[in-house]
Design a protein around this ligand. Structure first.
Ligand SMILES: C[S@@+](CC[C@H](N)C(=O)[O-])C[C@H]1O[C@@H](n2cnc3c(N)ncnc32)[C@H](O)[C@@H]1O
Length: 430
């Protein structure tokens, strides 16, 4: 007689997680959107288990193979096995319930651990935790005082420190230390181990602190609209850069924030309201239909369109990132349309920043090249110069007059998300 009680069901949370993983593996896609489709599940724990699988995919697949877990138990669903092994070895270290799959995986625990300890785990050091002060609600002075009161030690860096020395300094931050960013005012840098602490912190929940990767802060830093300016953010949701632009403008002037997806538009409205933005005018529309009638006197434009997103470090990927030329070409077509619209539809525009969280040239240098050809009244400004030359990675010099003026943030070198930025200026008519 079987030692298993077949009437004991696999816990729903494991079943839902396995379903997401199975779909992602079949479709070979990133799984963030699949997680958000699961409206009724506990998203946090789904996310944690899938993240463990994504980070340790090689070791887990290898251990399942080496221990014969699936071969010896042909009725065990492979996706469920991966989920259970991820939770048992890299997650909570235990499994809920007495269902047959759970008991089976549990009985392999020692063998799985042995197989995994023999695998060369290529563990990458995580990047620092960046926390930006939302100066709509909290002054920089008050934030620093709060940190000192709570026994965070500030590592002061020389004002004239080189970029490489700055990177070396943030690599060696202690767990109770922080420092101020070299490029973006109000960005605090903490040890990677503080990530979870800040993610749950009350100052983050109340939007006084914003968890925003430093690389994405460079867009507002380069756009640099003065207080009182009129800005158009063409692809605005969820609103991280809109809020940062609002901080740069000291909450004075006007920001038209356009977003075409209704759900994301709602998130944009919520975030900017909670974060104390008084100058943001959210508009639910396709940016390509927006002109000076709805948004008069626009001087500064941010174009941050949908992109492949392969530079994002918090993606959960269960497959190797393969270049999908058809998808890239479709994305690039839309990116060119939106950037070109920004260049041609607003007569008072002075400066435009274009950015993507992609590291593919098709979405970056090639989009810039095409838009400059279509709109000869614009020229590129040098992003590295705008950062006082304290940067290393620029665009591909194979694109003459383009590459050297653009900027890349590279995860392993700049310790940030992977981001591309280009900054355009209207050539004056006289
Ligand atoms: C990369 S995200 C923007 C992130 C945002 N700037 C931030 O920092 O939080 C791109 C956004 O552009 C929106 N979008 C794409 N095409 C659009 C269009 N034609 N008009 C308006 N919004 C668009 C997408 O729905 C998505 O929310």
């Amino acid at each position: 007689m079987s030692k298993f009680n077949h009437s004991v069901k696999v816990p729903t949370q494991y079943k839902v997680t396995a379903k997401i993983l199975r779909t992602a593996l079949e479709r070979q896609q990133s799984i963030k959107s699949l997680i958000f489709e699961e409206k009724h599940a506990r998203i946090g724990s789904l996310h944690a288990v899938l993240k463990h699988y994504s980070t340790n995919r090689g070791a887990i697949d290898n251990a399942i193979e080496e221990t014969g877990l699936l071969k010896e138990n042909p009725k065990l669903d492979p996706a469920l096995a991966k989920v259970l092994v991820s939770e048992l070895i890299f997650g909570r270290g235990l499994l809920n319930g007495e269902s047959r799959p759970v008991q089976t995986v549990r009985s392999y625990k020692e063998r799985l651990q042995q197989a995994i300890s023999g695998t060369e785990l290529q563990k990458k050091e995580p990047n620092p935790r960046y926390v930006r002060i939302n100066t709509n609600l909290f002054s920089i002075a008050d934030a620093l005082e709060y940190l000192a009161r709570n026994e965070w030690r500030r590592r002061e860096l020389n004002a004239d420190i080189s970029y490489n020395d700055f990177l070396a300094a943030i690599r060696t931050l202690e767990e109770d230390e922080f420092t101020m960013d070299l490029h973006v005012e109000g960005v605090l840098i903490f040890h990677p181990k503080s990530s979870h602490y800040w993610a749950c912190h009350n100052l983050v929940v109340t939007k006084m602190f914003i968890l925003q990767n430093k690389a994405t802060c460079l867009a507002a830093e380069l756009l640099a609209p003065p207080s009182g300016a009129t800005v158009l953010d063409m692809c605005a949701a969820p609103g991280m850069k809109t809020l940062h632009i609002c901080n740069v403008m000291k909450n004075q002037g006007r920001i038209y924030a356009v977003e075409q997806s209704r759900d994301r538009f709602n998130a944009l409205c919520n975030i900017t309201e909670l974060a104390g933005c008084q100058i943001v005018n959210p508009i639910l529309a396709d940016a390509l239909t927006i002109g000076p009638e709805q948004c008069p006197d626009v001087e500064y434009v941010l174009v941050d369109p949908s992109c492949s997103g392969n530079g994002m470090q918090n993606r959960i990927s269960v497959c190797d990132e393969v270049k999908d030329d058809k998808r890239l070409s479709k994305l690039a077509g839309l990116q060119i349309k939106i950037l070109s619209h920004a260049m041609s539809a607003f007569p008072n525009v002075k400066r435009i920043v274009y950015c993507t969280c992609s590291l593919w040239k098709e979405e970056n240098e090639q989009v810039v090249q095409r838009c400059l050809n279509l709109n000869p009244s614009f020229k590129l400004l040098n992003c590295k110069k705008a950062l006082r030359n304290k940067w290393n990675n620029v665009g591909d010099k194979a694109y003459p007059k383009i590459g050297k003026n653009c900027l890349y943030c590279l995860p392993d070198q700049d310790l940030t998300d992977g981001i591309f930025l280009a900054m355009f200026e209207k050539i004056s008519a006289d």
